[in-house]
Each structure stands twice: as C-alpha cells, then as structure tokens.
Design a protein around this ligand. Sequence first.
Ligand code: FAD
Length: 316
Amino acid sequence: MSDKALIVGVGLGGLLCGQILRRKGWKVTLLEADDAPGGVLRPFLWEGTLCERGFHSVGGLGPGEPLEKLFRPLGLMELPWYRAGADEGFPFLRLNSGSDYELEHILGPYKQSTWRLKGGGQCLVDALASDLDIRCGKEVTGIENQVVICKDGERFEAPVVISSLPPVQSLGLLKDHLRPSYAHRLRKLETGPGITTLYCRTAPGCVPWQSGAIFLEDLMLHFGEPETGILELLCFGEGQPEQMIEKASRRLPGLQVQSYLLCQNHGYGIRKHSAVDFVAPRTPLPWFFLSGENLGLHGILGTTITAYNTCKTIES
Ligand SMILES: Cc1cc2nc3c(=O)[nH]c(=O)nc-3n(C[C@H](O)[C@H](O)[C@H](O)COP(=O)(O)OP(=O)(O)OC[C@H]3O[C@@H](n4cnc5c(N)ncnc54)[C@H](O)[C@@H]3O)c2cc1C
C-alpha cells in the first residue's frame, strides 16, 4: 500500500488517523473546513470565557485500561489527566435512551475509572495536531478518483483518501459510482439525537460549585472551573432554555442565571443496536476509507478505536 494519504475533516477522528499514519511513516495532509482543527473538541469563546463543547471526561485511562492502551503509543498519556469523582460522566449516557449495546460498551470503561484533562479539549487537539500538515479553511465539496476538491477550487491528490465525516455526508461528496446497495445500507442507518447544551453564566456564589457533574432526570448539570462561573446544562434532543433552567433550579435552589447561550451539536452519530450496525472503514472503492465517531462506538474511546481500525485496514 502507498504511503501518502489525504484526510477529510480534522476533528478527533481525522487527527487520530493522521497521527497513527504519520508515526508509521506516511505523508499525510489533513483538510478542515473550519478555521482551526478539533471539530467538537474545540472550545469556543463566549463573553470572554472559553467554553467546552464535546469534551468533559473520558473513561478507562488507568494502567492497562482500554483508552490508556490506545493513547500511550500516541504520547497522549503525557497530558495533564486527573482522576474525576466516582461515577462522573457515565450516568449521562443513561439519559440518552441509548441502545443497551451502546450503554454496555461505553459505560464499562467509565466504571473502571473516569478522567478529566486540565486544559480540556483544546489540550488534546494541540497534542494531536502537532507535527501534522493541516490545511484549515478547506471545505471539501467533491471527491473523485483519488482527487479531493475544495470549495476554493484547490485540488489535492493522493493514492489513499480517508473521510472522517458522517458516512452519508461522505457519500454526498463522492462523484465515483458506488453500488446502490452499499449507499442504501448507509442511508438506512439510524442517527441518534443531537445534544443541546445551555451555557449559563451564574451570579457569584449562588450555587455551591463542585467538580464534575450531577444528574437530574434527563439533564446533566456540568460544573466547569469555578472561576468561570459557567454552569453547563446538557440534554439529548432539543432543549428549551427556560425549562432547563427551571429543572436545574430544583436541584440548585439558589441558582441565578445572568445570561445564557443555547447550542445544538450533533450527538454521537449513528446509533448502534449491535455490532451489525457498525460501518466498516473499507468502502467499495479501494482507495477510499471512512473513520470518525459514526463508524463504531461513539465518544473519545469509540472514535479512537475506529481510527486504529481504519489505519489497520488501510495497511492490510
Ligand atoms: C456536547 C457533547 C459533549 C461530549 N462529551 C464527551 C465526553 O465528555 N467524553 C467523550 O468521550 N465524548 C464526548 N463527546 C463525543 C466526542 O466529542 C465525539 O465523539 C468526537 O469528538 C467526534 O469526533 P469526529 O472527528 O468523529 O467528529 P467531529 O468532531 O464532528 O469532526 C468532524 C470535522 O469535519 C469537519 N468537516 C465537516 N464537513 C467538512 C467538509 N466538507 N470539508 C472539510 N471538513 C469538514 C468539521 O468542521 C469537523 O472539524 C461529546 C460530544 C458532544 C457533541
């Protein structure tokens, strides 16, 4: 197999594929539509405060645990991880009316151990992005016969192309003919609900700040760093700000919200009722491969397992 690859989409999935291949001696170029890499791991600035989007905690980073085994070869265990309170993180998944299969496989590592990262998602992105050839502001609008075409007209060519976008979005970019049964199967797969996050700026001292998260019915109340004063309220599907605040106030009676920002993100990708719903990294085109959270299990662990799987498939 050749040693030059293009990667479309530079969220966690694209970054991991880039690092794994680079460490094996591949020459990799990554194309990102946004003005910086990271996808949902990238925090954003709101009213002068950096807010997390798709990163709160991970499970299974203790010695010999599943994520530790995958992160160590990439140098990611050098980052300032610290252990979170028991049970933090994983109860949220129970709110997701997620399939039993997803719960069983995603919750297991959180039960082993739960971890947070000083510096959050951006710290992980910076570590993965170093030494990679990342081109930002490159929205890919077409892929045809090993050529990737960007909105600004620039074209990139390589013997191997990986898309870390949702499979149906990748299909929409491909101009090459694919057998209809393959496309039909991908289009039929069910996508899980999005995640609504309400970022609440709270009045000083109105809630007893604590590390981590608490859970209330279908809501996760996530406390960031105390000095930010930002309390995140998360739920699956579409949340209404007033109802979310009202519900949170039942758990935190003194809560005073000074301002808020409502954000809707895609959730955890394609829902998996069993491994039958997994999407293979290999496609009917021998030079075109898939990766990202949609293929296997979701979240940081799931996306990492998939990235290794994609790279192994390419080299086999
Ligand atoms: C609110 C929220 C909280 C979460 N919390 C946790 C958590 O605490 N722990 C955990 O393990 N997981 C968590 N997750 C899940 C985890 O963040 C994701 O599973 C993972 O980051 C997904 O990475 P990805 O690369 O597959 O997708 P994305 O991050 O979506 O990356 C896709 C990238 O492709 C780019 N792109 C799209 N279209 C194009 C195009 N045409 N051309 C070029 N580039 C394009 C996008 O800009 C983006 O950068 C959370 C997710 C959300 C939404």
